[in-house]
Design a protein around this ligand. Structure first.
Ligand code: PAF
Length: 283
């Protein structure tokens, strides 16, 4: 695997590959890789001839008081894992390469509406930072397809919207969440949990599964389902942020008539803010 730290040399190599008729898949990450990221690379290899991954802890998607400074940076280990997974190119730029010059000269990509709720409401400006950096990365890599984990369900929806709205010629592929044996969704932020907290954090996925079960059995009072789940999460040691039954397409609260549902949840345990979700359809 070749590693690039600057835009120009990565572009030149990808241009060569494209001229040789190679199809390019792209897996953007912030590093501290786990099995969920590696699955994105493996899926990329199924769809393309060359896989490019990026490791960039993007400052513009962190709010004041969030964990930008402490976000785990593990580049040598990430390089080993990507290389072992068969990734061809790694782009690991310094911040000044992605955001050169004076902040007053920067541009921002804002996706409206779908960013208003859930993580968008809890983390103002977060999705502007994500859309901006992913737009830049798409313009640098110019991939045929890009892969994102479904664990960040709202992020995936925002990127799909952005790709359509800005006419990026990139296929967006959502890849299923990889879980620990106890059901906890793999996340770079799980590293903030103690062994005991990690065991208790399984309650997040369990409460999503229980809520789905209630709905599949015919319950349609989504407010009551959410309330019960938040109480269960609090009893397990979580500080629930939201637990919401939504429409898959808009992420707006679902009504009893909606068929394609996703339950989105966010909750804090100790130092970690964890998110998870479950999507399903009613017949
Ligand atoms: O999901 C992430 O790791 C980040 O939000 C992304 C998509 C790499 C943008 O920085």
């Amino acid at each position: 695997m070749q590693t690039f730290n600057d835009i120009a040399s990565l572009r030149a190599e990808i241009h060569r590959q494209r001229l040789a008729g190679q199809r390019i898949a792209f897996v953007p990450t912030m590093g501290n890789l786990h099995a969920g990221h590696i699955k994105l690379v493996t899926e990329g290899l199924r769809h393309a001839d060359r896989v490019v991954s990026s490791v960039f802890v993007n400052p513009t998607q962190f709010g004041p008081g969030e964990d930008f400074d402490n976000y785990p940076r593990t580049l040598p280990r990430d390089q080993e894992q990507l290389s072992a997974a068969g990734c061809h190119y790694l782009f690991a730029p310094p911040v000044e390469e992605m955001y050169p010059g004076d902040q007053a000269q920067w541009a921002k990509v804002v996706v409206t509406d779908i960013t208003d709720r859930h993580c968008g409401a809890a983390r103002p400006g977060h999705f502007d930072g994500v859309s901006t950096v992913v737009s830049k990365l798409f313009n640098i890599v110019k991939p045929d397809l890009a892969l994102f984990g479904k664990k960040d369900y709202q992020q995936l929806a925002v990127i799909r919207r952005m790709t359509t709205a800005l006419c990026f010629d990139v296929d967006i592929i959502g890849v299923d969440t990889v879980r620990e044996a106890n059901g906890l969704a793999m996340s770079s932020r799980n590293g903030y949990l103690s062994a005991q907290e990690k065991a208790r954090a399984a309650a997040l996925y369990q409460s999503l599964c229980r809520a789905r079960e209630h709905i599949l059995q015919g319950q349609r009072d989504y407010g009551a389902i959410s309330q019960e789940a938040e109480l269960t999460l609090a009893a397990a040691g979580f500080e629930p942020e939201y637990f919401s039954v939504c429409r898959q397409d808009t992420l707006a609260p679902a009504t009893a008539d909606d068929r394609h549902l996703v339950i989105l949840a966010a909750a804090r345990m100790g130092r970690a803010r964890l998110i998870d979700n479950i999507d399903f359809s009613l017949s």
